[in-house]
Design a protein around this ligand. Structure first.
Ligand SMILES: C[S@@+](CC[C@H](N)C(=O)[O-])C[C@H]1O[C@@H](n2cnc3c(N)ncnc32)[C@H](O)[C@@H]1O
Length: 272
């Protein structure tokens, strides 16, 4: 008797409705892509599903922190001010940023971080925040005007809805989008793309995928940041992360480095 083919749709629906993920509104194309790729490598359905679940856990990374968006939205709606520099907005943003490990680490030196970054890249008029997490809440420290076109991408719908509410509160256009940037990279032009603290996870999802992903982007500069130390701050990750960038650097591009506290930023010119 021939083997019944995997029903990707049914499997994706099961994951999307699972207790672990149903409140997030995960992007279905991420799961479809993982299943499709594993089906070509693994020998059994059981092995496919096990690997997809493991990879998805690493991609969504719930261990880095996930705030309660309903209560944050309620709090945001009660703030009368709309200026990014107002005390209540700043305090709100700091509370949100502290709820995710990636953004929490940057809090002590945020202003210096964007000052140094934009000194090298120039201030963007159109910015792509690729795999954004809660990073758009750092907007008040970026020194950018609210006319900037800030496109933010993540695969978690509740996060995207929250970011768009936040953008609108400040007067920014609501350009946050639920999109899997690896499956479906944005193709319009931006002066700056930022891809912070995610390239090493992309390598785990699909080894070697960063190069073709970067090549598909239409940006003048791509700033890829990676942690300079491990989470417990016991050893340096600079050398392995330098290798990750070298191994994925598009042939025609050059790269320069910027070390800002615990983050190493690789500035890649015209990757696409
Ligand atoms: C480690 S956090 C990084 C957050 C942010 N870049 C920062 O440095 O503060 C990774 C985020 O990327 C999102 N993500 C992972 N894979 C993605 C993909 N293929 N497309 C879009 N977003 C993705 C996750 O949902 C998560 O919110």
């Amino acid at each position: 008797m021939s083997k019944k083919p995997i029903d990707t749709k049914e499997f994706a629906t099961k994951i999307l409705n699972s207790k672990k993920y149903r409140h997030l509104g995960l992007n279905r194309s991420t799961i479809n892509d993982l299943v499709h790729r594993e089906a070509q490598i693994q020998s059994s359905d059981k092995a496919i599903f096990k690997t997809v679940r493991r990879k998805l856990h690493n991609i969504v990374a719930p261990y880095l922190g996930e705030p309660n968006y309903a209560s944050l939205l309620e709090r945001l709606s009660e703030i009368p001010e709309t200026s990014p520099q107002s005390e209540q907005i700043l305090s709100f943003c700091l509370d949100v940023l502290s709820e995710h490990a990636s953004t929490a680490e940057r809090i002590p030196h945020m202003s210096a971080f964007y000052e140094q970054l934009f000194q090298r890249t120039g201030k963007p008029e159109r910015l792509m925040d690729l795999a954004c997490g809660l990073h758009p809440l750092s907007f008040p420290w970026m020194g950018l005007p609210i006319t900037v076109k800030y496109h933010a991408y993540d695969i978690i719908q509740v996060r995207i809805d929250f970011i768009n509410h936040f953008f609108q509160k400040l007067g920014l256009a609501p350009y946050a989008e639920n999109r899997d940037i690896l499956v479906d990279p944005p193709d319009y032009h931006a002066d700056l793309g930022i891809f912070f603290k995610e390239a090493h996870r992309f390598e785990k999802r699909q080894p070697g995928c960063n190069r073709s992903f970067w090549e598909r982007l239409n940006v003048d500069t791509l700033a890829v940041s990676l942690p300079a130390h491990d989470l417990s701050n016991t050893h340096s990750l600079i050398e392995p992360h330098r290798r990750l960038i070298e191994n994925n650097l598009p042939g025609h591009s050059t790269v320069t480095e910027l070390l800002i506290e615990n983050e190493i930023v690789f500035l890649i010119d015209h990757p696409g």
